[in-house]
Design a binder for this molecule. Sequence first.
Ligand SMILES: [Zn+2]
Length: 250
Amino acid sequence: MTETDITALAEMPGDWQRALAVVAHPDDLEYGCAAAVAAWTDAGKEVVYVLATRGEAGIDTLAPDVCGPLREREQRDSAAVVGVDTVEFLDHRDGVIEYGLGLRRDIAAAIRRHRPELVVTLNHRDTWGGGPGAPWNTPDHLAVGRATLDAAADAGNRWIFPELTDQGLEPWSGVRWVAVAASSTPTHAIDAAPGLDRAIRSLLCHRAYIEALTDEDPETYVRDFLAMTTGGAAARFGGRPAVTFELFGR
Ligand SMILES: [Zn+2]
């Protein structure tokens, strides 16, 4: 273990009121972030979810036109469990999201609409966990994570996407941090314990997806997965199970 591996994770900032979470697919936020979201909404903060796709290419046995609406419903249900009522879809195509100006513009527009202080996204780096043999990440996560980091700045510049101003979306320079969940190089964390039961229920809302993914009992699968990911951070967070983030300031 290197010295950086054992460095304590700092507590996530709490002096903010509005967060916007931007990810590629239904379930991206439930595989880890939802416990943090539950803690935030408990504290009276507002959290909005924006998804680039409806996850319509996510289940081998379901055609996209059937799968998309099903996964959208599952996503809305799972968001509600952790106190999130607003879930928006940008309608990029699942599996082939392209990093580029279109994606940056759509995310910048969402940031201007919701005016968050904290923006949350999912691991934009090449692998999960880092190190030799780490699983390769997917192009959709790379594209959306990178575009979200970029769009946090784009949203504040009147001249980058002037068409947004024409649509009545005034620049928003109030993003103070972008927090990347499931990063292989986390810097911050939040106690997962208070929101963990709701995080489990939230991930279980993606039942069709999970049943297609594993032969295990869905409840056992979800409990074990979230116990493993939140427990893995405890050694760097005073022994507490935690949701970790790589935090970028602005
Ligand atoms: Zn995903």
